[in-house]
Design a protein around this ligand. Structure first.
Ligand SMILES: Nc1ncnc2c1ncn2[C@@H]1O[C@H](COP(=O)(O)OP(=O)(O)OP(=O)(O)O)[C@@H](O)[C@H]1O
Length: 298
Protein backbone atom coordinates (compact mmCIF):
# COMPACT_ATOMS: atom_id res chain seq x y z
CA UNK A 1 0.00 0.00 0.00
CA UNK A 2 2.84 2.40 0.92
CA UNK A 3 6.46 2.06 -0.19
CA UNK A 4 9.36 4.20 0.94
CA UNK A 5 12.71 3.38 -0.65
CA UNK A 6 15.93 5.14 0.37
CA UNK A 7 14.24 8.44 1.28
CA UNK A 8 16.58 11.39 1.86
CA UNK A 9 15.40 14.79 3.03
CA UNK A 10 17.55 17.55 4.53
CA UNK A 11 16.72 20.99 5.89
CA UNK A 12 19.94 22.85 5.14
CA UNK A 13 22.70 20.87 6.85
CA UNK A 14 20.22 18.89 8.94
CA UNK A 15 19.50 15.40 7.58
CA UNK A 16 15.94 14.64 8.73
CA UNK A 17 15.59 11.45 6.63
CA UNK A 18 18.82 9.68 5.73
CA UNK A 19 17.93 6.62 3.68
CA UNK A 20 14.58 5.59 5.17
CA UNK A 21 13.17 2.38 3.67
CA UNK A 22 10.02 0.45 4.61
CA UNK A 23 6.83 -0.91 3.06
CA UNK A 24 3.35 -0.99 4.57
CA UNK A 25 1.09 -3.89 3.58
CA UNK A 26 -2.57 -3.36 2.86
CA UNK A 27 -4.74 -3.76 5.98
CA UNK A 28 -2.03 -3.47 8.61
CA UNK A 29 -1.38 -0.95 11.34
CA UNK A 30 2.24 0.01 10.74
CA UNK A 31 4.01 2.06 13.40
CA UNK A 32 6.83 4.54 13.05
CA UNK A 33 8.42 4.84 16.45
CA UNK A 34 11.32 7.05 17.44
CA UNK A 35 12.57 9.86 19.66
CA UNK A 36 11.87 13.55 19.10
CA UNK A 37 13.53 14.88 15.97
CA UNK A 38 14.18 11.37 14.56
CA UNK A 39 12.57 12.23 11.22
CA UNK A 40 9.16 10.59 11.66
CA UNK A 41 7.03 13.57 10.65
CA UNK A 42 9.32 14.44 7.75
CA UNK A 43 8.97 10.85 6.48
CA UNK A 44 5.16 10.78 6.63
CA UNK A 45 4.92 14.29 5.14
CA UNK A 46 6.92 13.00 2.16
CA UNK A 47 4.63 9.93 1.94
CA UNK A 48 1.64 12.28 1.85
CA UNK A 49 3.27 14.43 -0.85
CA UNK A 50 3.24 17.46 1.44
CA UNK A 51 7.02 17.70 1.15
CA UNK A 52 9.18 16.77 -1.82
CA UNK A 53 11.96 14.28 -1.04
CA UNK A 54 15.53 15.21 -1.99
CA UNK A 55 15.92 11.67 -3.33
CA UNK A 56 14.37 8.23 -2.98
CA UNK A 57 11.23 6.52 -4.25
CA UNK A 58 7.83 6.90 -2.62
CA UNK A 59 4.64 5.14 -3.68
CA UNK A 60 1.11 5.14 -2.29
CA UNK A 61 -1.04 2.50 -3.95
CA UNK A 62 1.59 2.48 -6.72
CA UNK A 63 1.31 6.25 -7.28
CA UNK A 64 3.90 9.00 -6.80
CA UNK A 65 2.70 11.31 -3.99
CA UNK A 66 4.15 14.47 -5.57
CA UNK A 67 3.72 13.86 -9.32
CA UNK A 68 0.27 12.27 -8.83
CA UNK A 69 -0.77 14.27 -5.80
CA UNK A 70 -4.47 14.61 -6.67
CA UNK A 71 -4.88 10.84 -7.16
CA UNK A 72 -2.95 10.13 -3.96
CA UNK A 73 -5.20 12.42 -1.90
CA UNK A 74 -8.10 10.17 -2.97
CA UNK A 75 -6.31 7.13 -1.54
CA UNK A 76 -4.69 8.59 1.53
CA UNK A 77 -6.24 10.43 4.48
CA UNK A 78 -3.92 12.49 6.64
CA UNK A 79 -4.13 13.69 10.21
CA UNK A 80 -0.93 15.58 10.90
CA UNK A 81 0.68 16.47 14.18
CA UNK A 82 0.08 20.20 14.19
CA UNK A 83 -3.55 19.90 13.09
CA UNK A 84 -5.55 22.86 14.26
CA UNK A 85 -8.87 24.26 13.21
CA UNK A 86 -10.39 27.66 13.74
CA UNK A 87 -11.53 27.52 17.38
CA UNK A 88 -14.90 29.02 16.46
CA UNK A 89 -15.69 26.41 13.79
CA UNK A 90 -18.31 23.92 15.01
CA UNK A 91 -17.90 20.16 14.53
CA UNK A 92 -20.68 20.23 11.91
CA UNK A 93 -19.07 23.12 10.00
CA UNK A 94 -15.66 21.43 10.01
CA UNK A 95 -17.11 18.17 8.70
CA UNK A 96 -19.17 19.95 6.01
CA UNK A 97 -16.21 22.08 4.95
CA UNK A 98 -13.81 19.13 4.63
CA UNK A 99 -16.45 16.98 2.90
CA UNK A 100 -16.73 19.74 0.27
CA UNK A 101 -13.06 19.10 -0.69
CA UNK A 102 -13.89 15.65 -2.08
CA UNK A 103 -15.84 14.61 -5.15
CA UNK A 104 -17.35 11.61 -3.40
CA UNK A 105 -16.97 12.11 0.33
CA UNK A 106 -18.12 9.68 2.99
CA UNK A 107 -21.41 10.64 4.67
CA UNK A 108 -20.10 12.91 7.43
CA UNK A 109 -23.17 12.24 9.61
CA UNK A 110 -22.38 8.49 9.59
CA UNK A 111 -18.75 9.19 10.43
CA UNK A 112 -19.71 11.54 13.25
CA UNK A 113 -22.00 8.82 14.63
CA UNK A 114 -19.34 6.11 14.38
CA UNK A 115 -16.78 8.32 16.09
CA UNK A 116 -19.15 9.38 18.86
CA UNK A 117 -19.30 13.02 17.79
CA UNK A 118 -22.99 13.21 16.90
CA UNK A 119 -23.97 14.74 20.23
CA UNK A 120 -21.46 17.58 19.77
CA UNK A 121 -22.13 18.71 16.20
CA UNK A 122 -22.85 22.26 17.32
CA UNK A 123 -19.91 22.49 19.74
CA UNK A 124 -17.11 24.80 18.68
CA UNK A 125 -13.72 23.16 18.05
CA UNK A 126 -12.10 25.31 20.75
CA UNK A 127 -14.54 23.98 23.36
CA UNK A 128 -13.98 20.28 22.61
CA UNK A 129 -11.89 18.14 24.99
CA UNK A 130 -8.51 16.93 23.66
CA UNK A 131 -9.97 13.47 23.04
CA UNK A 132 -12.93 14.87 21.09
CA UNK A 133 -10.61 17.06 19.02
CA UNK A 134 -8.62 13.94 18.09
CA UNK A 135 -11.85 12.16 17.14
CA UNK A 136 -12.69 15.04 14.87
CA UNK A 137 -9.24 14.89 13.24
CA UNK A 138 -9.70 11.16 12.63
CA UNK A 139 -13.14 11.87 11.12
CA UNK A 140 -11.64 14.54 8.84
CA UNK A 141 -8.88 12.12 7.76
CA UNK A 142 -11.54 9.50 6.88
CA UNK A 143 -13.93 11.84 5.03
CA UNK A 144 -12.49 11.08 1.62
CA UNK A 145 -13.08 7.30 2.06
CA UNK A 146 -9.31 6.66 1.95
CA UNK A 147 -7.70 3.22 1.61
CA UNK A 148 -4.91 4.30 3.94
CA UNK A 149 -4.59 6.90 6.64
CA UNK A 150 -1.62 8.60 8.31
CA UNK A 151 -2.12 9.34 11.99
CA UNK A 152 0.72 11.41 13.53
CA UNK A 153 1.15 11.62 17.32
CA UNK A 154 -2.54 11.10 17.74
CA UNK A 155 -2.60 10.64 21.49
CA UNK A 156 -0.02 13.21 22.58
CA UNK A 157 -1.57 15.36 25.28
CA UNK A 158 -4.47 13.00 25.99
CA UNK A 159 -5.15 11.56 29.45
CA UNK A 160 -4.97 7.75 29.85
CA UNK A 161 -8.71 7.35 29.28
CA UNK A 162 -8.63 9.49 26.12
CA UNK A 163 -5.61 7.57 24.91
CA UNK A 164 -7.30 4.21 25.36
CA UNK A 165 -10.47 5.41 23.63
CA UNK A 166 -8.36 6.65 20.74
CA UNK A 167 -6.64 3.25 20.47
CA UNK A 168 -10.04 1.59 20.17
CA UNK A 169 -10.86 4.05 17.42
CA UNK A 170 -7.66 3.30 15.51
CA UNK A 171 -8.48 -0.41 15.69
CA UNK A 172 -11.99 0.27 14.41
CA UNK A 173 -10.49 2.24 11.50
CA UNK A 174 -8.37 -0.79 10.58
CA UNK A 175 -11.40 -3.05 10.99
CA UNK A 176 -13.08 -0.98 8.26
CA UNK A 177 -10.27 -2.17 5.99
CA UNK A 178 -8.23 1.04 6.09
CA UNK A 179 -4.44 0.64 6.26
CA UNK A 180 -2.99 2.74 9.10
CA UNK A 181 0.45 4.39 9.21
CA UNK A 182 0.78 5.48 12.83
CA UNK A 183 3.51 7.80 14.09
CA UNK A 184 4.12 7.60 17.80
CA UNK A 185 6.72 7.87 20.49
CA UNK A 186 4.67 5.92 23.01
CA UNK A 187 5.92 2.37 23.41
CA UNK A 188 2.70 1.09 24.96
CA UNK A 189 0.72 2.49 22.04
CA UNK A 190 2.99 0.88 19.45
CA UNK A 191 2.93 -2.45 21.28
CA UNK A 192 -0.83 -2.48 21.67
CA UNK A 193 -1.79 -1.35 18.17
CA UNK A 194 0.87 -2.10 15.59
CA UNK A 195 1.27 -5.23 13.49
CA UNK A 196 4.79 -4.09 12.60
CA UNK A 197 6.98 -1.22 13.72
CA UNK A 198 9.84 0.66 12.06
CA UNK A 199 12.08 2.22 14.69
CA UNK A 200 13.57 5.45 13.33
CA UNK A 201 16.56 7.16 14.88
CA UNK A 202 18.50 10.09 13.43
CA UNK A 203 16.83 9.74 10.06
CA UNK A 204 17.42 6.01 9.66
CA UNK A 205 15.36 2.85 10.22
CA UNK A 206 17.29 1.02 12.92
CA UNK A 207 14.88 -1.94 13.15
CA UNK A 208 11.71 -3.17 11.48
CA UNK A 209 9.78 -6.01 13.06
CA UNK A 210 6.65 -7.07 14.92
CA UNK A 211 6.41 -5.78 18.50
CA UNK A 212 7.26 -9.29 19.76
CA UNK A 213 10.21 -9.51 17.36
CA UNK A 214 11.60 -6.19 18.59
CA UNK A 215 11.23 -7.25 22.22
CA UNK A 216 13.06 -10.49 21.38
CA UNK A 217 16.06 -8.41 20.24
CA UNK A 218 16.35 -6.49 23.50
CA UNK A 219 19.57 -7.14 25.33
CA UNK A 220 17.68 -6.71 28.60
CA UNK A 221 16.96 -10.16 29.92
CA UNK A 222 14.25 -12.01 31.74
CA UNK A 223 14.79 -11.64 35.47
CA UNK A 224 13.45 -13.26 38.59
CA UNK A 225 13.54 -11.39 41.90
CA UNK A 226 12.51 -12.23 45.44
CA UNK A 227 13.03 -11.22 49.03
CA UNK A 228 16.44 -12.62 49.90
CA UNK A 229 16.54 -16.06 51.48
CA UNK A 230 19.81 -17.19 53.11
CA UNK A 231 19.29 -20.68 51.67
CA UNK A 232 19.79 -19.29 48.16
CA UNK A 233 23.39 -18.11 47.83
CA UNK A 234 24.66 -16.10 44.87
CA UNK A 235 27.05 -18.91 43.94
CA UNK A 236 24.15 -21.28 43.39
CA UNK A 237 22.04 -18.68 41.59
CA UNK A 238 24.69 -17.58 39.09
CA UNK A 239 25.28 -21.20 38.02
CA UNK A 240 21.63 -21.68 37.00
CA UNK A 241 21.33 -22.39 33.24
CA UNK A 242 21.40 -19.12 31.23
CA UNK A 243 21.97 -16.94 34.32
CA UNK A 244 23.97 -13.80 33.60
CA UNK A 245 24.15 -12.39 37.12
CA UNK A 246 22.70 -12.11 40.61
CA UNK A 247 22.59 -8.99 42.79
CA UNK A 248 21.07 -8.09 46.13
CA UNK A 249 19.81 -4.62 47.06
CA UNK A 250 17.77 -3.70 50.12
CA UNK A 251 17.03 -7.32 50.94
CA UNK A 252 15.86 -8.15 47.42
CA UNK A 253 17.80 -10.48 45.15
CA UNK A 254 17.49 -10.29 41.36
CA UNK A 255 18.77 -13.01 39.06
CA UNK A 256 18.99 -12.12 35.36
CA UNK A 257 18.96 -14.71 32.62
CA UNK A 258 16.52 -16.43 30.31
CA UNK A 259 13.30 -18.44 30.59
CA UNK A 260 15.51 -21.48 31.29
CA UNK A 261 16.95 -19.64 34.31
CA UNK A 262 13.45 -19.06 35.68
CA UNK A 263 12.53 -22.73 35.23
CA UNK A 264 15.72 -23.88 36.93
CA UNK A 265 15.12 -21.39 39.75
CA UNK A 266 11.70 -22.92 40.42
CA UNK A 267 13.30 -26.38 40.56
CA UNK A 268 15.93 -25.03 42.93
CA UNK A 269 13.18 -23.80 45.25
CA UNK A 270 11.59 -27.25 45.27
CA UNK A 271 14.95 -28.93 45.94
CA UNK A 272 16.04 -26.65 48.77
CA UNK A 273 12.59 -26.23 50.32
CA UNK A 274 13.12 -22.45 50.34
CA UNK A 275 9.84 -20.52 50.29
CA UNK A 276 10.65 -17.07 48.94
CA UNK A 277 8.40 -14.05 49.39
CA UNK A 278 7.54 -11.35 46.85
CA UNK A 279 8.54 -13.48 43.85
CA UNK A 280 8.47 -11.54 40.58
CA UNK A 281 9.38 -12.57 37.03
CA UNK A 282 9.99 -9.71 34.59
CA UNK A 283 10.41 -9.93 30.81
CA UNK A 284 12.17 -7.50 28.52
CA UNK A 285 9.71 -4.88 27.24
CA UNK A 286 9.39 -2.83 24.10
CA UNK A 287 10.91 -0.01 26.19
CA UNK A 288 14.09 -2.05 26.60
CA UNK A 289 14.21 -2.85 22.88
CA UNK A 290 13.58 0.79 22.00
CA UNK A 291 16.37 2.03 24.23
CA UNK A 292 18.74 -0.51 22.70
CA UNK A 293 17.76 0.45 19.18
CA UNK A 294 17.79 4.23 19.50
CA UNK A 295 20.18 4.97 22.33
CA UNK A 296 17.43 7.41 23.29
CA UNK A 297 17.36 8.77 26.80
CA UNK A 298 13.60 9.11 27.02
N1 LIG B 1 10.70 22.77 8.36
C1 LIG B 1 11.85 22.46 8.95
N2 LIG B 1 12.94 23.26 8.82
C2 LIG B 1 14.11 22.95 9.40
N3 LIG B 1 14.31 21.84 10.17
C3 LIG B 1 13.27 21.02 10.34
C4 LIG B 1 11.99 21.28 9.76
N4 LIG B 1 11.14 20.27 10.09
C5 LIG B 1 11.86 19.43 10.87
N5 LIG B 1 13.13 19.87 11.02
C6 LIG B 1 14.21 19.18 11.74
O1 LIG B 1 14.39 17.90 11.16
C7 LIG B 1 14.58 16.91 12.16
C8 LIG B 1 13.50 15.84 12.06
O2 LIG B 1 12.24 16.43 12.39
P1 LIG B 1 10.87 15.64 12.36
O3 LIG B 1 9.80 16.61 12.75
O4 LIG B 1 10.74 14.93 11.07
O5 LIG B 1 11.12 14.59 13.52
P2 LIG B 1 10.09 13.75 14.37
O6 LIG B 1 10.69 12.41 14.52
O7 LIG B 1 8.74 13.82 13.76
O8 LIG B 1 10.12 14.50 15.75
P3 LIG B 1 8.95 14.83 16.79
O9 LIG B 1 8.60 13.55 17.46
O10 LIG B 1 9.62 15.80 17.70
O11 LIG B 1 7.84 15.42 15.99
C9 LIG B 1 14.58 17.66 13.49
O12 LIG B 1 15.90 17.93 13.83
C10 LIG B 1 13.83 18.92 13.19
O13 LIG B 1 14.27 19.97 14.03
Amino acid sequence: MIEVQDLHKSYGERKAADGVTFAVEEGEIFGILGPNGAGKTTTVECVAGLRAADSGTLRVGGLDPVAQHTEVTRLLGVQLQQSALQPKLTVREALELYASFYERPADWRDLAGQLGLDDQLDTRFGKLSGGRQQRLFIALALLGNPRAVILDELTTGLDPRGRRDTWDLVESVRDRGVTVLLVTHFMEEAQRLCDRIAVIDRGRVTALDTPAGLIGRATAATSVSFETDPRLGHGELTTLPGATGAETHDGRTTVTGTDATVNAFVQLLARTGATVRGLRVTDATLDDAYLDLTGADQ
